[in-house]
Design a protein around this ligand. Structure first.
Ligand SMILES: Nc1ncnc2c1ncn2[C@@H]1O[C@H](COP(=O)(O)OP(=O)(O)O)[C@@H](O)[C@H]1O
Ligand SMILES: [Mg+2]
Length: 484
């Protein structure tokens, strides 16, 4: 027995050699406890991918009415049938379940406790099971039954002859067949499905393999106690669970739980079509903006523009600052599908402007203070335009005489407000005669960002602050381990 435990643990679990040793020690004494308590003892471990559990050791007592006939070591245990086992794995607590379904489809009283190693990690669970005939009126302690198990509870606590009542509210189909594989019960969705598939109401006591021919191979060729499989029937995608249920007279009923995933699969498809469409639209917007920019540039290169050249350049930069948002969205690293990283956006817009002003030597410093700020696309377009106007002003007005200068952009988050400081060490404002540029800035800050704009001259240069509040459209996080 211990050899088998070691082999299963090594092959099918992530347990370390020292964890396996602990389990071997426990396994060496479980047969004593099985005899002493007249119950069945098992040790279950989680599989490598944690999708199911595996029985690694067992001990049966010598009793007259066994609830297990064959060994279950090496068998898989699924959450929907043994929620108590998974409850103990997940919560690290004891669980007691009145009508658990054991590996042979029998109803048992099951107690589960977690087994820990020296570092308090849960490495296995220890299970004690007794047949229900030994017990009466057991209370359920911390049971965490999933719906199908509750339904199984109902079915198993009735006599073979009486038909259980399963709630109409359940989306899963429950279909119960007798030992001749004839239909004896189906819940309302189950009935609807069977009637739809057969175009007749004559379904009761009919063979299930006649009603649902695709089940033939599973009913005939398969001897597993629990069998789960997926089938596409016509346009329907189904997940089918087939469970053997043993009863007192040793006749074997079979329960089918069928889940219809058709709608879910369709929604999934629709969603992916939509997101592809949105991406396509972003591409088109970006391309159109680039076409506009090219046309403007072409016009500029035609010459004869005189004073208008500058105005064209200003307009061109505005178009660029909008298309930068779409470039970021499409590049995916500066955004996710809905939100745009505005610090990345600022970097993109500013460096382009600074690089293009080849006649001046400008130092551009962006201080994030480890903030990460994401906004909706709409707000990102406004922020891009605002930054573009302020930087254009600095390049145009601040460093007219000196050809060297410094631009500093700092992102500060204070409680629920974000401040973007834009400063330069230029000549400062001599006469403030706001024309279109600053009007655009004030307008966008106040109406689009619902924030405030302050602009002032300092002893050296100018200082602009844009302040706006966090909201569902403006999200801030903090970089914990910034790479400096
Ligand atoms: N960083 C700055 N340094 C010095 N003066 C500035 C700065 N930003 C703006 N100004 C002044 O404010 C005025 C208004 O700017 P703006 O509304 O953008 O109009 P425009 O840039 O078309 O002149 C500018 O003409 C300039 O005199
Ligand atoms: Mg301007």
């Amino acid at each position: 027995m211990l050899q088998k435990l070691e082999q299963i643990c090594k092959e099918e679990t992530n347990l370390s050699p020292s964890d396996i040793k602990i389990l071997m020690k426990i396994a060496s004494s479980i047969s004593l406890f099985a005899e002493l308590s007249q119950s069945y003892i098992f040790i279950d471990c989680l599989s490598k991918n944690h999708q199911h559990a595996i029985v690694v050791a067992e001990a049966f007592p010598k009793i007259n009415h066994p609830i297990y006939k064959k060994s279950v070591v090496g068998k898989n245990v699924f959450e929907i049938f043994e929620p108590g086992v998974f409850y103990s794995f997940k919560k690290g607590k004891k669980s007691i379940i009145k009508h658990a379904i054991n590996q042979e489809g029998r109803s048992v009283h099951q107690t589960v406790i977690p087994v820990r190693n020296e570092t308090e990690e849960i490495i296995a669970v220890l299970i004690e099971e007794r047949g229900l005939k030994y017990l009466n009126n057991i209370h359920i302690e911390e049971s965490n039954l999933s719906i199908p198990t509750q339904v199984l509870d109902i079915i198993l606590s009735y006599d073979n002859d009486s038909v259980p009542i399963v709630s109409d509210m359940l989306m899963e189909m429950f279909i119960l067949t007798d030992h001749h594989h004839k239909l004896i019960y189906a819940n309302p969705v189950g009935i609807k499905f069977l009637v739809e598939m057969n175009q007749t109401n004559q379904i009761y006591k009919e063979k299930i393999t006649k009603l649902l021919p695709f089940l033939q191979e599973i009913y005939e060729g398969n001897d597993e106690d629990v069998y789960v499989f997926e089938r596409t029937i016509g346009k329907k995608s189904l997940i089918i669970k087939k469970i053997k249920l043993r009863h007192t007279k040793n006749k074997m009923n079979t329960l089918l739980i069928i889940q219809d995933l058709t709608e879910l699969k369709m929604k999934e498809k629709e969603l992916s079509v939509k997101s592809i469409m949105i991406e396509e639209i972003h591409h088109r917007v970006k391309n159109n903006l680039q076409t506009i920019a090219s046309l403007l540039r072409l016009q500029m290169h035609q010459g004869h523009l005189g004073d208008s050249y500058e105005h064209f350049e200003v307009a061109l930069n505005r178009v660029f600052s909008i298309s930068a948002v779409y470039e970021l969205i499409l590049s995916k690293d500066g955004s996710n599908s809905e939100l745009v990283n505005i610090i990345e956006l600022t970097r993109k817009v500013c460096s382009k402007l600074v690089i293009n002003s080849i006649y001046k030597k400008i130092d551009l410093i962006i201080e994030t203070n480890n903030n990460i700020i994401f906004t909706s696309q709409r707000k990102a377009v406004s922020i891009s335009l605002i930054i573009n106007e302020l930087i254009q002003n600095i390049l145009k007005h601040a460093f007219e005489k000196e050809k060297e200068g410094k631009i500093n952009i700092e992102f500060v988050v204070e409680n629920d407000t974000i401040h973007i400081h834009v400063t330069d060490n230029g000549v400062g404002i001599k006469i403030l005669k706001p024309s279109l540029g600053l009007k655009i800035v004030r307008n966008l800050v106040e109406s689009d960002l619902e924030g405030e704009f302050a602009f002032q001259s300092m002893t050296l240069g100018t200082h602009a602050v844009i302040s706006f509040k966090k909201s569902p459209e403006v999200k801030v996080s903090f970089e914990e381990n910034p790479i400096s």
